[in-house]
Design a protein around this ligand. Sequence first.
Ligand code: FA5
Length: 339
Amino acid sequence: LRQKGVQDINETDSQKQLNEIRVKLLGKKGPITEVLRGMKDLTPDERPKVGAFANEIKQDIAQAIETRLTELNKVALQHRLQHETIDVTLPGQPVKTGTPHILNQMIDDIEELFVGLGYQVIDGPEVETDHYNFEMMNIPKNHPARDMQDTFYITNELLMRTQTSPNQARTLEKHDFSKGPLKMISPGRVYRRDNDDATHSHQFTQIEGLVIDKHVTMADLKGTLEVLAKHVFGEERKIRLRPSYFPFTEPSIEVDISCFACGGSGCKVCKYTGWIEVLGAGMVHPNVLKNVGVDPDVYGGFAFGLGPDRFAMLKYGINDIRQFYQNDLRFLHQFQQEA
Ligand code: FA5
């Protein structure tokens, strides 16, 4: 029995079969249990001998089962490990990562340029007061210039800012000129009741710029704008300065960049002029300085307000501003930034 049992145990290669053998040999109905049960019929002399012998066989079989079970478990584990091996030579599955929005990339790029030139970056509220958005910028109530920027009003006094220019007044009010000149840029979202078309959106971005010191001239403004245009568009892109009008600058200019879509000869995107307006600028109006308690006879400077949307359109040849706000991933992923 012992020999046959141990042989069966060693020959089996399934855990299930091993369990069946255990039940068969050692279970309640097995031969050993039967022998032990029959002990009562033996003589007192025979009993310890038979008992010891039966227990010895029982132990040997139990030991053999134990050993075989360990072996089978090991084999099963090896089999599983082999099956689960990762084939590192298989091509990986690409992971789609996000990227800063193209407008944010444009704003970051321009911010970096100006921070390098010693400007500080200022934030301001998108829900603005009439006071800062218009009055402090030399546009009193009922001034015809209010029509230039059709406004989303929330209440009589609260509105969605139509420009980043109110941040000029906000920073000027706080600036301590005894500590040095003011040089700041202020990027952010602005809102206007403009009809959406290829180059106009009712919500777009602006970057305000302001420099106030004792001897700032129009030549400083022109030089700064040229550095900006070359930084963003490269040397070859043509820029054009035109006289213009803003209530908060005198004199005022607008800057156009040659149109990407038609190479200068004119097309629908640039209303057949060959140029696209990208920013307004000028020398800060004395009234703006007076409004914040700065003496215009001592201090002066320039300001500009540029449209990163138009900058990005021109740089990347995007012929519809609405693309920036539709969040089509096929569009946005074209501007994936290297990690
Ligand atoms: C202004 O908003 C002035 N605050 C700019 C300024 C600042 C002038 C400081 C002088 C001194 P304007 O309305 O032209 O100006 O807008 C400035 C720029 O914003 C435009 O050149 C254009 O690039 C962009 N812009 C204006 N309206 C829209 C629009 N609806 N959609 C997209 N971009 C626009």
